[in-house]
Design a protein around this ligand. Sequence first.
Ligand code: HEM
Length: 507
Amino acid sequence: MAFLELIGASILAFIIFLVIKYYVLTKMAMRFYANQGIKEYKYYPVTGMAKEWMDYSSSDNLKTIKYIKFDDKFKGEDAILSNLLDRALLIFTNPNLINEFLQNQQNYIKFEAPVVGFKQFLGNGIALEEGEKWKSKRKFISKLFKFDVVVNYLNSIRKISKMMLDRVENDSNFSVQKSFEAINSAISVQIFMGANIDDYKIDGKNPYDAIDTMCFEIFQHYLNLIPGILGERFVKLKLRKSDRIICEKVQYVRQQMKNIILDTIKREKSHAEQNKESENINIIALLIKEGHKLDEEKEIIDILELTFSLYFASRDTLASVLTMMLYYLIKNPDYFKLVEKEVLSLPQNYSFSDIQKLDFLQACFKETIRINTSAPILFTREAKVDHKIGNYNIQKGTYVNVGLISNQIDETYFKDPLTFNPNRWLDHSAENIIKENPFVYLPFSGGMRNCIGQHLANLQAKIVLVEFVKKYQIPQMPNDFVLEFVIKQNYQIKNPLILNLTKRQAY
Ligand code: HEM
């Protein structure tokens, strides 16, 4: 009897603990902001707003943030107030407060939960790094993204885009997002690792297919309760068969990727000895140029993890934007024709300055990342210290994010905001608005942790599109395609867009 009472009391204590943690304390944390005048949007028990973000049955699991300015009740609010787990979550939507947050990122660290599996196996790279380590990595890596270096990527991007499009196996079954991901993967391996993707196979697959499979398996593994709760240390003890399998797989793929890096080191060292320039400057060439010997394991691991980080930051974000760009062009055949006209008048061996003259294509890129970009919000941050944003006191421990997209489709700033209209960039009406309100259009974020790859993204998106339009006629939109969105590695279309393509006669 006493034993049963003990169990009963323990269960009761646990329930009380949960209620206090996930209701009383969470509500108190939210009240702190409500008392400062921020209207409560919604409290979600236990998961907080992640409930919406993880709702894969939704037609758009970001719709609250995206369309908040369309909700009369919240239109003029500075932020969306909700919760994430047992803490208050603030999502700033006021452009000036967004800017203030972006300028004060030293007060925050990234909320790790969604990426914990990747972080443990693939390292911090740059996007998940913090503090002094981040500063030194960012300083180094920014050399790869300087204007004159990016300009030199043109030939590689063009060559690989063309080669990958020539390899499309079935023109009548062209899976847009997947094909753009494959093209971007091959480009990333070339420009960041200095390696030709065709020279390597991992587990019988292209390196990027092997990385994809591995990531998917890591993701699946961490969805399980035990790894999810006990984390890396437990998984790496390899007590369970499934933990052993995932550790060995990751180890294998990392080793193969290291081999690619070691090959590039050999090649780049020999180029350096012969004073021969590589086709492009890659991470390894840059390090050698700066006098690094690259013969220590730690240096190789750093390169590996940086490469993974750039690979993920670039491949999917850009594939999703390219997919949306193509979607809008197919939906608007007149716009497609204007892009076609620009593209078909390019010289065969077009240069960077030729690409810069593609005004309409450039306007389409800007408009796509205004209306449906792949990073409409940021990684959620956790406040490390008490501080102020505008007049609001932010408490240590609060989760904070920003609704970049909500301003980009706000009719206060952009007329007819949900219409894809590249002309707003050509008649400068959009630019004039941004000049007056600089923080309403931030597809690449801002402040010290802005997107390091934005100029590369712009160039690469245009070249991949140019090569696509050079090869194919305007495709038909499949009748059964429904435009819905989902947050996966980034914000992207939910349903596969499969096109039936027809090659151009002259191609
Ligand atoms: C259209 C495509 C792209 C979009 C919309 C985009 C957007 C963004 C945004 C909004 C952030 C800030 C994330 C945050 O603070 O939570 C970011 C960070 C980053 N992006 Fe991009 N990005 C794109 C393409 C690229 C490309 C091609 C690269 C090249 C490698 C890249 C590399 C990075 C890196 C390394 C970071 C982290 C920077 C840091 O933490 O210091 N991105 N990107």
